[in-house]
Ligand binder design. Structure first.
Ligand code: MSP
Length: 665
């Protein structure tokens, strides 16, 4: 059985977990569940990073010992992971005895081999990041390159790991793809970093200055902390927390945020090379979530607590719908690697569109039609489109392109909804077995594809189709017919909390404990979220699924979209072959258009601007992948694009005679 080992970063316990931590962990969980669904023996490791100055300070502020602080914080992370449906195999704490022993063994060995040595040293130190920087790393303003805060010049004797000697070998590993970095442009960033010259790495702190670390085995006056301690969790974890033990190493993939790429793609390979261990196969760096237009930070008061978000949407059926909608949103909204803006509005939008309207609606239609038309028994009909969707999905999942995988799921659901709409099995019983057979077969594929993202809902869906407990890849076993059971709404629509909060916020201020704000009733929980966001407006922030640099439109116009969003629109040139008025309407025309490969009927609101005969032979631009709609009894499959200037409506058209079906981009 193929083994698969994946990790998340281990999170600092100086504060409670937030949506950024949840993001990496949900992504890892989705990947782990996907690999398990392929029958692999998965080991998914996550945990917490408990040593170092940040934690020491947080404990001191609360007047408790660092260990007591960690003992309180670690369960908070675990509790949140349970609430988010995370099925990790192990949870590592860097204060675990076995981890500390492993770190001390590694240190002793590198010291024995002359790869760690003491040096008198002067450097620029960033206290919040717990890192020394060289003169060359700092910009004009003597600020930390990572967090931008001021750095202090510090002189002391410390121990150094002779990392610089591995620069060439790391470069080779990256250039050859032996260690793969995704997205690819991040690899180039790391290569650029190496080109600027790699220095040795300070790995100790004098105990008198910072005591909360692991004592060096060869000099107990010093401790090692943060990176040397933390990175080794990936190798120590499997030894004492996994069934396969040390043989689990190397990791197949480390999932991390872009903020910690250098430590993972440079320090960590150097440490592994020095220890004679193989390198991980892949490192994937995702982007950052911002909130209310700013990077989340405690001082800005715009840190999103995923637990509070779940609590806001008190759903039917317990927390499953909101938990799974949040997981879905995080994965589907933004391409892994890009930055995104978190907002309740965007969460609700995606929940409604993808889960309630596309997947949920399809599931309930098929289940109820199966009973109504076929007595609950559906002979499955194989449709090659399912294989295509599953292949696209698998390629995306293998490349950790979660948003693309999600797109394959909703794309299939939309196509099947369109099939039902077009063939109307409720009106046409002789055709019903074929149509519902295809739809049920598609739903089986959807249940499998959905299972890593929304595991409980996928299970309910599979059960409603009379299939096994946890949906496996459908082509793994042959099922000829399914006996359909019952299904409560898979994804009830979310309550419109974003809109309520936005209007409450507009006139807010008065109530501290719930009650009325701006004329809108707000619950205590909602009030807490409004307060927590401070100026970052959780409800009103729009979604930016793109690079960090991309601004919001900011003018109250439509939200900024990425090129990926634009690509979702199937814009095509079509030639109008016939046009006639829709009876008893003033505005509507029924058009036949030639799309190159097919002829379509669509209904367009053009009658006040164009006579039908004027249109025949014209080239127009249509949205060809629009969900079909029935308008005045006519099924319209597409939309004609026009410019609208007050009362003037003008058709958009290509400026030369391109072929029908040409792509518009
Ligand atoms: N303890 C180190 C990691 C050691 S790994 C050997 C650390 N911890 S952290 O608590 O700061 O968490 C870092 C990780 O949390 C990031 O790499 C990223 O995975 C995630 N995120 C934290 N804030 C985030 C956002 N605002 N958005 C997305 N993810 C972010 O660094």
């Amino acid at each position: 059985m193929n083994r698969y080992y994946l990790t998340t970063p281990i999170y600092y316990v100086n504060d409670k977990p937030h949506i950024g931590h949840a993001y990496t962990t949900v992504a890892a969980d989705v990947l782990a569940r996907y690999r398990r669904s392929l029958g692999e023996d998965v080991f998914f490791l996550t945990g917490v990073d408990e040593h170092g100055q940040k934690v020491e300070k947080a404990a001191a502020l609360r007047g408790v010992s660092p260990q007591a602080h960690c003992d309180e914080m670690a369960p908070r992370f675990q509790a949140l992971w349970t609430r988010l449906g995370i099925a990790h195999d192990a949870f590592l704490r860097t204060t675990d005895r076995a981890h500390k022993d492993y770190v001390r063994e590694a240190l002793a060995r590198l010291h024995r081999e002359g790869l760690i040595e003491p040096r008198d040293f002067e450097g620029w130190y960033c206290t919040p990041c717990e890192r020394f920087w060289t003169e060359k790393d700092l910009g004009e303003g003597k600020a930390c390159p990572d967090c931008g805060r001021p750095v202090d010049l510090l002189a002391e004797r410390n121990y150094f790991f002779l990392m610089s000697r591995y620069a060439g070998a790391i470069r080779d590993a990256l250039a050859s793809g032996r260690l793969e970095i995704l997205p690819v442009y991040r690899r180039n960033e790391v290569l650029g970093f190496l080109d600027r010259g790699l220095e040795d790495l300070c790995i100790s702190r004098p105990r008198r200055r910072m005591g909360w670390g692991i004592p060096l085995p060869f000099d107990e006056e010093y401790v090692t902390y943060v990176w040397f301690d933390a990175l080794l969790n990936y190798a120590s974890g499997p030894r004492y927390l996994a069934a396969g033990g040390p043989e689990r190493w190397p990791a197949d993939v480390h999932l991390i945020g872009k903020d910690i790429l250098t430590t993972h793609a440079v320090y960590w390979p150097a440490m592994l090379m020095a220890l004679g261990l193989p390198l991980p196969r892949r490192i994937v760096a995702h982007g950052w979530w911002t909130f209310g237009g700013a990077k989340m930070s405690k001082s800005l008061g715009n840190v999103v607590d995923p637990g509070e978000v779940l609590s806001l949407y008190v759903p039917e059926g317990g927390e499953r719908p909101s938990r799974e909608a949040l997981r879905w949103f995080l994965m589907a909204e933004v391409g892994f690697g890009n930055d995104g803006t978190f907002s309740l509005e965007a969460l609700e939008r995606r929940w409604t569109a993808d889960l309630a309207n596309d997947v949920g609606n399809l599931a309930s239609r098929v289940v109820s039609l199966a009973h109504r038309v076929l007595g609950g028994d559906i002979p499955l009909v194989h449709d090659p489109s399912d294989d295509e969707a599953m292949a696209a999905y698998a390629t995306a999942m293998d490349g950790l392109a979660f948003a693309r995988a999600a797109e394959a799921i909703v794309g299939r659901a939309r196509a099947l909804n369109a099939l039902l709409q077009a063939r109307k099995p409720w009106e046409n019983p002789p055709d019903a077995a074929e149509v519902l057979g295809r739809a049920a077969s598609g739903l089986r594929a959807i249940a499998w594809m959905l299972s890593p993202f929304c595991p409980e809902s996928a299970r309910l869906l599979a059960n409603a189709l009379g299939l096994a407990e946890s949906p496996g890849r459908p082509d793994a076993g042959i099922v000829e017919r399914v006996r359909v059971g019952t299904l409560d709404p898979l994804f009830p629509r979310p309550p419109a909390i974003a809109a309520r909060l936005a209007s409450a916020q507009a006139g807010a201020g008065e109530s501290k404990t719930g009650g009325k704000a701006g004329g809108v009733s707000v619950t205590k929980k909602e009030k807490a979220v409004m307060t927590q966001q401070g100026s970052g407006n959780m409800a009103a922030a729009t979604t930016v699924a793109g690079p960090a640099e991309m601004p919001d439109s900011g003018d109250g116009g439509p939200p900024v979209v990425t090129i990926e969003d634009v690509k979702k629109l199937g814009l095509r040139v079509a030639v109008v072959t016939a046009a006639e008025r829709v009876p008893k309407t003033e505005r509507l025309l029924k058009l036949q258009v030639d799309l190159g490969t097919e002829t379509r009927t669509l209904v367009a609101g053009l009658a006040t601007a164009y006579a039908p005969e004027e249109l025949v032979g014209r080239r127009v631009v249509v949205v060809a992948n629009l969900q079909p709609a029935t308008i005045r009894g006519i099924e319209s499959r597409g939309m004609v694009l026009c410019a609208v200037d007050g009362a003037v409506t003008a058709l958009l058209a290509p400026s030369s005679e391109v072929a029908a079906g040409s792509e518009v981009r």
